[in-house]
Design a protein around this ligand. Structure first.
Ligand code: FAD
Length: 546
C-alpha cells in the first residue's frame, strides 16, 4: 500500500506520522513543493520579531529526522501539478523535470496561499507575504538591514502578529485594514482595546481604508491609501487573507466549492481513494452550518490524524468535528481570543441570539495583579445554547475562551456554565470564576431576572427613556450621558421616590461602569414595579462601541 501525501506541514505531516504509527508496512511518501517540511508556520512572526532568534528553531522536523523516526519518504522541492484519479497517479514537478507517482491512497493537504488583491505595485520586492520560513527570514533580514518603516496590509491575526513583531523591532508600523476595525472577525467591543494597545505600541492603525497602489522607490516604496494618504515603507507585509491552494486538484475534477475541496465527515473527496484536510477544504461551521474553509492549525492537525485513521482503519475512524474557529492572538500586553460564531455570522444565518457582556477579573480583586477580562458571549435567544464567545485582556483570556470552546463543543447552554467545577485559588481565579459568572448572568437574562439594554440602542434610549446612572460621584465626574439622573446604587432604595418623580412615564435604563451595580439597581427598580433594564457591560462596553 502506497500512501502519497501532498503538502508536508500541518495536516499532511500529521496524517503521514499517524499513518506510520498505525502501519509499519505502508510506503508513505510526502511531496512538498517548498524547501521545508514540518515547519512552525504559526511561529514565523516571532522569528521576525526576534523572540525566536534562529530560523532553524522553526523547523520542527526535517526529512532526515522524519525518515529516522517514522520511516517517512519526505520529498521537498516536489510540486504536484496534477492528479489522474482514474489511473491513481500524481504528476510531480521537480528541479529534474516532471515525473508520475502512483498511489493507493492520496491525501491532499496543500493549505492556502495569500490572497493578492488587485493593487498595482504588489510585485515590488519590498512587498512580502508571511507564509514560509523564507518569507520570515526575508522580513527579518530587511529589519536587520535597517528598515525603519513598515506597512502591514490586513489587520487579521497574522497581520497583527506581523505588526507587533515589527514594532517590537523598533520599526514605525502602519496597519491598513479595509474593514471598520482590526481583527474583523472579532466584535467591536473586543477590537477596541486591541486598537488602543496597538496605539500604545506605536502602531498607526488605518481601519476602514484600503491600499490602492504601491509605488516603488529607491530608498523606500510608498503605499497609497484610499483616503489619499501616502505612507512610506521599507517593508510591506501583505496579509489580506488566504484562499485554498487547490487549482491543480480542481482541474483534476475533484469537486470544490469556491476553490475549497469538498469532503465528507471523514475527509473523503469526490474522487475514490483521495482525502483532503486543512486550509484547503470546506468545513461546516459548527454553530451556523455555513460552509467555508477554517484556516487554523488545530483543525488541520487533528483532521490529518483522523484521515489516516480512516485510510488505515476504515469503518472505525472518528468523524471530523465541525470546527468552532477557536483562535487566539497576542497583541502587545493583550490577548484576544474567540470561539464559535460572531454577531455577523449569527445575523447572516438568522439565528436569534442574546448577547452578554461581562468584565470580571481574571482572579480575585484582592490578590495582586487582578485585571479585567472583557467578555462578549452570544447565546440562543430561546434555549440559551452557547453560540460564540470572545474575550480580551492582559491575563486569563486563553483559559476562559478554551473553557467556553469546550462548552460549545459539548453543546452546553449558558446556564450549564454555572455548574462547571473550575479550579480556584487566589492567583488563578475566583470562587465564582469568570465562566461561572457568564452562566449566572445568562441564566438571569433567560429567566427574566435580569433585563438588558445595549450600547447599540443608545440613541433610542436617550430619546425615550430616563437614563439612571448609578455610579459613584467620583465616577460620574468623568462624564455622564445627557439628561441622565445620577443616584449611586447604594442610595437607590432610599431615593426611589426621586426616581419615580423623574420617570414621567418613561422606562428607566440603568447604567454603571461594568453592569454589576446597574444589575443590582435594576432588581431594586423591577421589584418596585418600575420598567427598568440594565446596560449590558456598562460604560466599559458603551465606550468600546461608540
Ligand atoms: P500548510 O500547513 O500551509 O501546509 C501546506 C503545504 O503544502 C505547504 O508547505 C505548501 O508548500 C504545500 N503545497 C501546496 N500545494 C502543493 C502542491 N501542489 N504540491 C506539493 N506541495 C504543495 N493557525 C493557528 O491555529 N494558530 C496560529 O497562531 C497561527 N498562526 C499562523 C501564522 C502564520 C504566519 C501563518 C502563515 C499561519 C498561521 N496559522 C495559525 C494557520 C496555520 O498555519 C494553518 O491553518 C495550517 O498550517 C494549515 O495546515 P495545512 O496542512 O492545511 O497547510
Amino acid at each position: 500500500m502506497r500512501l502519497v501525501v501532498v503538502g508536508g506541514v500541518a495536516g499532511g505531516m500529521s496524517c503521514a506520522a499517524r499513518a506510520r504509527r498505525l502501519d509499519e508496512s505502508a510506503e508513505i511518501v510526502v511531496l512538498e513543493r517548498g524547501e521545508h517540511v514540518s515547519f512552525a508556520s504559526c511561529g514565523l512572526p516571532y522569528h521576525v520579531g526576534g523572540e525566536i532568534e534562529e530560523a532553524d528553531g522553526l523547523l520542527v522536523q526535517t526529512p532526515e529526522s522524519l525518515r529516522a523516526s517514522l520511516r517517512l519518504d519526505v520529498r521537498p522541492g516536489h510540486d504536484v501539478r496534477g492528479v489522474d484519479t482514474e489511473r491513481r497517479v500524481v504528476t510531480v514537478r521537480t528541479a529534474a523535470g516532471e515525473q508520475e507517482l502512483a498511489y493507493d491512497a492520496l491525501v491532499l493537504a496543500p493549505g492556502a496561499r495569500a490572497v493578492r488583491p488587485p493593487v498595482p505595485g504588489l510585485d515590488s520586492p519590498r512587498v512580502r507575504t508571511l507564509r514560509t520560513v523564507a518569507d520570515a527570514v526575508a522580513l527579518r533580514t530587511g529589519v536587520d538591514a535597517g528598515a525603519r518603516r513598515a506597512v502591514v496590509l490586513g489587520a487579521g491575526f497574522i497581520g497583527l502578529e506581523a505588526a507587533e513583531a515589527l514594532a517590537h523591532r523598533g520599526l514605525q508600523v502602519t496597519v491598513v485594514e479595509r474593514a471598520g476595525h482590526v481583527l474583523p472577525p472579532l466584535e467591536d467591543e473586543i477590537a477596541r482595546p486591541v486598537t488602543e494597545e496597538l496605539a500604545r505600541l506605536g502602531v498607526d492603525v488605518r481601519a476602514g481604508t484600503a491600499a490602492t497602489a504601491v509605488e516603488a522607490g529607491t530608498d523606500h516604496d510608498v503605499v497609497v491609501l484610499s483616503d489619499g494618504s501616502r505612507v512610506p515603507a521599507h517593508l510591506v507585509v501583505l496579509s489580506a487573507g488566504v484562499r485554498p491552494d487547490t487549482e491543480a486538484f480542481e482541474a483534476a475534477g475533484i469537486v470544490c466549492e469556491r476553490g475549497a475541496i469538498v469532503v465528507d465527515e471523514h475527509g473523503r473527496t469526490s474522487a475514490p481513494g483521495v482525502w483532503a484536510v486543512g486550509d484547503a477544504v470546506v468545513s461546516t461551521d459548527a454553530v451556523t452550518g455555513v460552509r467555508r474553509p477554517v484556516p487554523l492549525a488545530g483543525p488541520a492537525n487533528r483532521a490529518g490524524r483522523l484521515v489516516a485513521d480512516d485510510i488505515l482503519r476504515p469503518g472505525s475512524a472518528r468523524p471530523l468535528p465541525a470546527p468552532l474557529g477557536t483562535a487566539v492572538v497576542r497583541v502587545g500586553a493583550l490577548t484576544a481570543a474567540t470561539t464559535g460564531a460572531n454577531r455577523a455570522a449569527l445575523d447572516a444565518a438568522q439565528v436569534p441570539y442574546r448577547t452578554l457582556h461581562l468584565h470580571p477579573n481574571q482572579h480575585v480583586g484582592w490578590f495582586p495583579g487582578a485585571a479585567q477580562i472583557h467578555l462578549v458571549v452570544h447565546v440562543g435567544a430561546q434555549d440559551g445554547r452557547l453560540l460564540g464567545a470572545q474575550a480580551v485582556g492582559t491575563d486569563g483570556v486563553d483559559k476562559r475562551i478554551d473553557v467556553l470552546a469546550t462548552a460549545l463543543r459539548a453543546g452546553l447552554a449558558v446556564d450549564d456554565l454555572i455548574d462547571l467545577d473550575l479550579a480556584y485559588s487566589p492567583p488563578y481565579g475566583q470562587a465564582k470564576d469568570a465562566v461561572n459568572l457568564v452562566g449566572m448572568v445568562g441564566a438571569n437574562v433567560l429567566d427574566g431576572t435580569l433585563r438588558l439594554w445595549y450600547a447599540q440602542d443608545l440613541d433610542a434610549v436617550l430619546d425615550s427613556a430616563l437614563v439612571l446612572d448609578v455610579r459613584t460621584a467620583a465616577e460620574v465626574a468623568t462624564g455622564m450621558l445627557p439628561g441622565a439622573l445620577h443616584v449611586p446604587h447604594t442610595q437607590l432604595r432610599a431615593r426611589l421616590d426621586e426616581v419615580r418623580a423623574a420617570v414621567a412615564g418613561r422606562p428607566v435604563r440603568v447604567l454603571c461602569a461594568s453592569g454589576v451595580r446597574s444589575a443590582i439597581a435594576h432588581r431594586v427598580l423591577a421589584q418596585a414595579g418600575v420598567d427598568s433594564a440594565s446596560l449590558s457591560g456598562g460604560v466599559l462596553t458603551l465606550r468600546a462601541v461608540l
